[in-house]
Design a protein around this ligand. Structure first.
Ligand code: PEP
Ligand code: MN
Length: 337
């Protein structure tokens, strides 16, 4: 249940509503917006009569939320959430561009790619140090050595660093080096990991699970937010369908759907979303046109020798072209990049 207060509601009236809700056993999440305060009451109290709250002084309206997620819902918070990473805003007017290799392979490889994506206009550097590979025999990542290269490249080229955390035991270590912690598609429903990420302050980039509905995905965001961390960025990276011409099916329609249901920013990953280099640019254009708040793309200077996901990695030149085209689209939308 959400209690929306009057614009003129006094602090005493707000506290009185909070007190009543707490007495009834609800968990309270207060959101103080620009124009009014909204109180989210979380708990399964099906017998509550909303009119008991509607009559209280200072209450504008009471909304029963049918969606199972609350903190992530737009009913709870009307204004868009803007997540900040090293001074770059994700979810505001500006479009955020995150680029880099699938995996950090060596210091040289990362520096070469970071320099080129920065030059092309990227704001964030991606790269896996711990890789969730389908096969246990594939390259698993450089671990902490990779994290060090990421930090160094991020600082040298002025890029915020995004890297994946696969297990809650890695959170402390990865937090020392990364600005944004990525939860991969395979871990979207790793609830113990999500719960731990809710208790720490770094922004979390939550990828959509390959068989997850939008509701499943928002419930996973809710796990992080319930712990107190509201800095969540959603990332559409394609879902598994019966189609085999592409690695996954990038669900562009999820972008406006999420924007309607949730205040959280949503970006798109057309690299994993298609799995094929030549399909990345058209899908990047489509995602931005559909309202994505940013893009995350894989870029490699020598993709034929990449240790993972070479086939879907753009070469730096293609990334430059992508940024050029995206600039035209965002202008038409009244945004910036
Ligand atoms: C990645 O970003 O490299 C990755 C493994 O992505 P996903 O979890 O979407 O497969
Ligand atoms: Mn990858």
């Amino acid at each position: 249940m959400v209690v929306v207060m009057d614009m003129q509601a006094t602090e005493a009236q707000i506290q009185s509503v909070i007190g009543r809700l707490s007495e009834m056993g609800f968990d309270i999440h207060r959101s103080t917006g620009v124009t009014r305060t909204v109180i989210g009451a979380i708990g399964d109290k099906t017998g509550v009569d909303t009119r008991d709250f509607e009559v209280l002084p200072g209450v504008h309206e009471v909304v029963r939320i049918t969606e199972p997620y609350k903190l992530a819902s737009r009913t709870f918070k009307e204004e868009d959430t803007v997540v900040e990473a090293k001074g770059i805003q994700i979810g505001g007017k500006q479009l955020a561009l995150i680029a880099g290799p699938c995996a950090v392979e060596s210091r040289d490889q990362l520096m070469t790619i970071a320099e080129q994506v920065k030059e092309a206009g990227a704001h964030g550097l991606r790269g896996g140090a711990f890789k969730p590979r389908t096969s246990p025999y594939s390259f698993q990542g450089l671990g902490e050595e990779g994290l060090k290269y990421l930090r160094e490249a991020g600082e040298r080229f002025g890029l915020f660093v995004v890297t994946e955390v696969m297990d809650r035991a890695q959170i402390a270590l990865i937090s020392e080096y990364a600005d944004v912690l990525q939860v991969g598609a395979r871990n979207m429903q790793n609830y113990t990991l999500l719960t731990e990420l809710g208790k720490q302050p770094k922004p979390v980039l939550l990828k959509r699970g390959m068989a997850a509905t939008v509701e499943d995905w928002l419930m996973s965001a809710e796990y992080i937010m319930a712990g107190g961390n509201h800095q969540v960025i959603l990332c559409e990276r394609g879902i598994r369908t019966f189609e085999r011409y592409t690695r996954n099916t990038l669900d562009i329609s999820a972008i406006p759907v999420v924007h309607k249901l949730s205040h959280l920013p949503i970006i798109a990953d057309p690299s994993h979303g298609t799995g094929i280099r030549e399909k990345v640019l058209p899908m990047a254009r489509a995602a931005v046109a559909a309202g994505a708040d940013g893009l995350m793309v894989e870029v490699h200077h020598d993709p034929n020798h990449a240790k993972s996901d070479g086939a879907q990695s753009l070469v730096p030149e293609q990334f430059r072209e992508m940024v050029r085209e995206i600039r035209i689209i965002v202008q038409a939308l009244g945004r910036e990049v």
